[in-house]
Every structure is written in structure tokens, then in C-alpha cells.
Write a protein that binds this ligand. Structure first.
Ligand code: SAH
Length: 352
């Protein structure tokens, strides 16, 4: 576009080298990275300990933040959902979640998603493209700018898109986020969530890192899972579980199975029994997410009693269970809902 270098596509080491190649001393690259990753400052003018020449160079040669936050929604539970507009007009979403003592960012990896899970809004607005590394990193910057004191403790790759479908860029972004020279967030504080792309789970395990893995399971039999998640027809449960077991053996990190409870679809006693059986092979946790039905959909959220009896059955059988009431359900914060609404609005206005 304007020929500037999208500098956040690069690792801190690469940035240092780029600046060195431009004739700058290596400490200047370090200073620049400190401003960006530690202080989330993206405006060269505000990088006050840099020389004027260096600030001009940054201003003229680098494009730093690649996303623009718009449409902020604050939920009654305190979570903030932002629609992030990319330079080509595509949009993704992030959610900023405040827990006592820790702040979490839920970020997106693709504009849209190709996996078509039947209950998920991301699938409905179609797939446009992968995000590049800088676009993923820019979401982290925006989050740091919004959290008081820039405190960001956890990152979950659970926004729009399938992270393992954008493998290379996601892995590079994970490196930058966890690097001491980058955002310096511990590997165990970063979770990547997948709908179950089995071969990529093996590649992810083979990185030999300590990132957390969440698998969106949502059903414990092939029959139900095929109905909810087309990916199951390519990588059925047996293959998916083999990959999860490989991940556990390779990293010694417990896998978290996400299970969206849908009324009358996967919330019966029999479903709970199947889930218990499935969890017997290796160490895992189950995270129950009562369906967030903020938008028109063929599915219904489970009754409160169904949630507790489902969870009780699992814990009585010795499983580690948590329930995650979807954050920001009053502001359409479930995966892909804002992007979907924007696309629909634009379509209505005849923009697209
Ligand atoms: N593609 C990845 C990353 C998205 S994570 C994956 O599937 O894991 C988003 C999580 O929210 C997934 O577990 C997804 O299945 C779940 N989800 C999507 N729509 C939802 C809804 N309406 N209510 C509750 N959970 C939902």
C-alpha cells in the first residue's frame, strides 16, 4: 500500500536486525521493542528516549499497529468486546476479560472460519483470509492499551477463526507473545483452542513448548459430533483423541476439552456417560460452556438444572470439571457474533 514495513510481522530479533541493516545501533532496536511490547506505545512521537532521527525513521518506514478498534461494547460482567478493523476493511473481534487479579485477552486468528460448526456465528459470516502475524500481535497491543497499567496476564486464541488452520503465523505470534524480548507472557498462560485439526495438533505438540491446548469437543460420539462439527468427518473422534494423547505424552500438559452444552442435543445423562468414557485414556479437563444463544439459532441454551446435573455426573466420575458461563453474553460476545452482525449490517446497507 504505502510501502511501509509492517514491523509487527517480525520477531524482536528480526526487528533489531532490520534496524541494524538501516544503520542503527543494536540498542536502538531494543529500545524500540521495549516501547512497543512493554509499554504498548505505537506512536513514534511518544517514544521519548529515542533520538529525533530514530523517531522519524520509525514514523516514515514502519507501519506498527495494523488494526483499528471500533464498536466497543461493555458487558454487565465487565468484559469488553471490540470489533477490530483491519487495513483492508476486514473485521475480527477481541474480548477483554477482567478477573480479580488477572486480565485475559481472547484474540482472533482468521477473518472468518472455514470449519462451519453449526452453532457458531463465526462460520456464518464466511471465510475471508488468514490474519498475518502483525495483525495478531496488534490485537495484543490494543488489549494492553486498554487494560489498566497495561497488565495482561493470559491470552486465549479463542476468537474468530481456527488457529491451527493458520499454523505458521499463529506459531510465530506465540513466540513473540511469550518471548522475554516480546510481551513476555509465560507459555502456560497462553491457550490455543482448536476445533480438532488432528494432524496440526501433532505439529503443535512437536513444537516442544508449554502452551496450553483446548479442544472444542462438544460431543463425545461421532454421531452427534458429525452433526455439530463437519471437521469430525475428516478427523473423527478416534483420530482426534490419538492426537490429544500424543500432545499430552509429548508436553505433559493436560488437554482441556471444551464442551458447549446445547439443550436436547448433547446434555443428557447418556451424553455425560460417553464423555466420561472418552476421558479415561489420559489426563484431561473438561470445560462446560452453556450455549450462548444471543443470536437467532436453531439451538437452545441448556436449563440451569441440566448444567449442574451434567457437571455433577462428570465430577462424581472423577473428572476435573469447570463451567464457563460465556462472558459478555449480553453483548453478543460469543465467537464471531459481532463480525457476523457487522457483515449483515453492511449487507443491509448495500456495502458488500
Ligand atoms: N476454532 C477454534 C477457536 C474458536 S474458540 C475452536 O473451535 O476451538 C471459540 C469457542 O467458543 C469454541 O469452543 C466454540 O466452539 C465456542 N463457541 C462458538 N459459538 C458459541 C456459542 N454461541 N456459545 C458458546 N460457545 C460457543
Amino acid at each position: 500500500m504505502d510501502g511501509k514495513i509492517k514491523i509487527l510481522n517480525f520477531t524482536p530479533e528480526e526487528i533489531q536486525r532490520i534496524l541494524e541493516d538501516m544503520g542503527e545501533a543494536s540498542y536502538k532496536g531494543k529500545q524500540f521493542c521495549k516501547w512497543v511490547y512493554e509499554k504498548a506505545v505505537t506512536d513514534a512521537e511518544k517514544m521519548t528516549d529515542l533520538s529525533l532521527g530514530m523517531r522519524n525513521l520509525i514514523e516514515n518506514r514502519f507501519d506498527i499497529c495494523l488494526v483499528r478498534a471500533s464498536d466497543e461494547k461493555i458487558s454487565a460482567d465487565g468484559s469488553i468486546k471490540l470489533l477490530c478493523i483491519l487495513k483492508d476493511g476486514e473485521a475480527v473481534e477481541i474480548v477483554l476479560i477482567r478477573h480479580p487479579g488477572r486480565n485475559t485477552l481472547c484474540l482472533s486468528t482468521q477473518a472468518g472460519c472455514r470449519y462451519g460448526c453449526s452453532f457458531c456465528a463465526s462460520a456464518r459470516s464466511g471465510f475471508s483470509r488468514n490474519l498475518d502475524v502483525g495483525e495478531i500481535i496488534s490485537q495484543v497491543l490494543i488489549a494492553k492499551q486498554r487494560f489498566p497499567g497495561g497488565r495482561l496476564n493470559n491470552i486465549v486464541y479463542m476468537g474468530v477463526g481456527e488457529p491451527l488452520d493458520n499454523f505458521e503465523n499463529v506459531v510465530k505470534s506465540l513466540g513473540i507473545i511469550s518471548s522475554e524480548k516480546g510481551f513476555n507472557i509465560g507459555q502456560r498462560k497462553i491457550t490455543v483452542s482448536t476445533c480438532g485439526v488432528a494432524p496440526r495438533i501433532i505439529d503443535f505438540a512437536d513444537l516442544g513448548k508449554q502452551y496450553e491446548l483446548s479442544v472444542s469437543l462438544h460431543a463425545a460420539t461421532d454421531e452427534t459430533r458429525n452433526r455439530l462439527m463437519p471437521v469430525n468427518k475428516i478427523y473423527p473422534l478416534k483420530e482426534l483423541l490419538k492426537a490429544c494423547e500424543y500432545f499430552y505424552n509429548r508436553t505433559k500438559r493436560e488437554v482441556t476439552f471444551e464442551y458447549v452444552l446445547l439443550k436436547g442435543v448433547n446434555d443428557s445423562g447418556k451424553d455425560a456417560e460417553s464423555l466420561i468414557k472418552l476421558n479415561r485414556g489420559f489426563k484431561s479437563k473438561v470445560n462446560i460452556i452453556p450455549y450462548n444463544a444471543a443470536m437467532c439459532s436453531e439451538f437452545m441454551p441448556p436449563d440451569k438444572e441440566a448444567v449442574s446435573s451434567f457437571c455433577d455426573r462428570l465430577s462424581d466420575a472423577g473428572l476435573k470439571v469447570t463451567v464457563r458461563w460465556s462472558k459478555g453474553s449480553d453483548i453478543n460476545a460469543a465467537c464471531g457474533q459481532l463480525r457476523f452482525l457487522r457483515k449483515n449490517d453492511k449487507a443491509r446497507q448495500g456495502v458488500e
